[in-house]
Design a binder for this molecule. Structure first.
Ligand SMILES: [Zn+2]
Length: 336
């Protein structure tokens, strides 16, 4: 089919608010007055802006079942009648357009969306890492891609072994005293799973939302193991035993306790996998985003006719766009 690519802007827009309009009826990760359905790639704050407006106005909220459950924990009340849970590989039809969900490795439930109509296939990756492994590489005509680490200097040469290193450090710390891990929602559950896979079987402690999101992760197949809510009566004894890993939100890092070994999980470390902050504190370069190399790998394998770089979120859209145009011979457009 011959498609006039000059007119693709009628079918794809990225708004300054972060809303990504795909096709006629569908918007992802932001609100649009003209769309009747909203897709949510994952529950991070920069992907759920204006979601209460969408909940009020739209006919359906389309997301992975785990994402819908986590949104409730984060305080968003979505009426059952407008919830449209969609698993990887499934699709829904909306007036001549097919919307399908595809796996992204990033946090629990992370989804890429593809919209197919009789003219075009358009896909949005959302946040992802490990293309071709945990993240399915899609092959649309138009690909909208995340540019978080879209600058050539953002490469983690140690990305293949940083998880193992993290487990080794935690294991070593646990032999000396209790451990605290600080990270954002989603990455915490990835960290729990990494430690369990390395046979670290110390009890985990988490409070409130972190505990609830971890239980949802477990329900959807994560290996979380023994996990206690901070207020659980048995936690008092566990704390006396001094052999446990406590998970806390990244923003509470400044409250870290001097009696613990502390691990801060950060995506903004590129020079070394583990950086010592003081005798009991390290920062680990554990990221849930593709680095520059992986971002390019996705685009060069996908080979879209047009790559649209999402310039609405924090990232390096310009640098990524320049690099792709020069090195991959794929037409790129930055939006907005
Ligand atoms: Zn994210």
């Amino acid at each position: 089919m011959i498609v006039n690519f000059a007119n693709f802007r009628n079918l794809v827009t990225v708004k300054p608010t972060g809303a990504i309009k795909l096709g006629v009826h569908f918007v992802v990760d932001g609100h649009d007055e003209l769309a009747s359905f909203r897709g949510v790639t994952h529950f991070h704050a920069d992907h759920i802006s204006e979601i209460n407006k969408s909940i009020k106005q739209m006919l359906g909220i389309i997301a992975n079942p785990a994402t819908l459950e986590v949104l409730e924990v984060l305080g968003y009340k979505i009426p059952d009648v407008i919830k449209i849970p969609i698993n990887y590989g499934q699709s829904v039809e909306i007036e001549g357009e097919t919307i399908s969900a595809h796996k992204a490795e990033h946090v629990l439930g992370s989804t890429q969306f593809m919209v197919q109509n009789k003219l075009l296939d358009i896909a949005y990756t959302g946040d992802f890492r490990s293309p071709g492994k945990g993240t399915e590489i899609l092959h649309p005509d138009i690909l909208i891609i995340d540019a978080t680490y879209g600058n050539p200097r953002f490469v983690r040469p140690f990305k293949d072994y940083v998880e193992e290193l993290f487990s080794d450090y935690v294991s070593d710390a646990l032999s000396k005293g209790p451990v605290q891990v600080f990270a954002y929602h989603g990455k915490i559950q990835e960290a729990m799973q990494i430690l369990r896979q390395s046979k670290i079987d110390a009890p985990f402690i988490a409070e409130g939302k972190i505990f609830k999101i971890s239980k949802i992760a477990e329900k959807y197949g994560y290996n979380i193991g023994k996990l206690f809510e901070s207020k659980d009566p048995s936690v008092e004894q566990i704390k006396k035993d001094k052999w446990y890993v406590e998970f806390l939100h990244f923003n509470r890092f400044y409250e870290r306790s001097p009696d613990h070994y502390a691990f801060q999980l950060s995506g903004w470390e590129f020079d070394e996998p583990v950086r010592k902050i003081d005798n009991r504190t390290v920062r680990v370069a554990l990221s849930d985003h593709a680095d520059f190399e992986e971002t390019l790998e996705y685009i060069s394998t996908s080979k879209p006719r047009i790559a649209i770089i999402d310039g609405s979120r924090n990232g390096y859209a310009k640098e990524l766009s320049n690099y792709i145009s020069l090195n991959l011979r794929i037409r790129t457009v930055i939006m907005p």
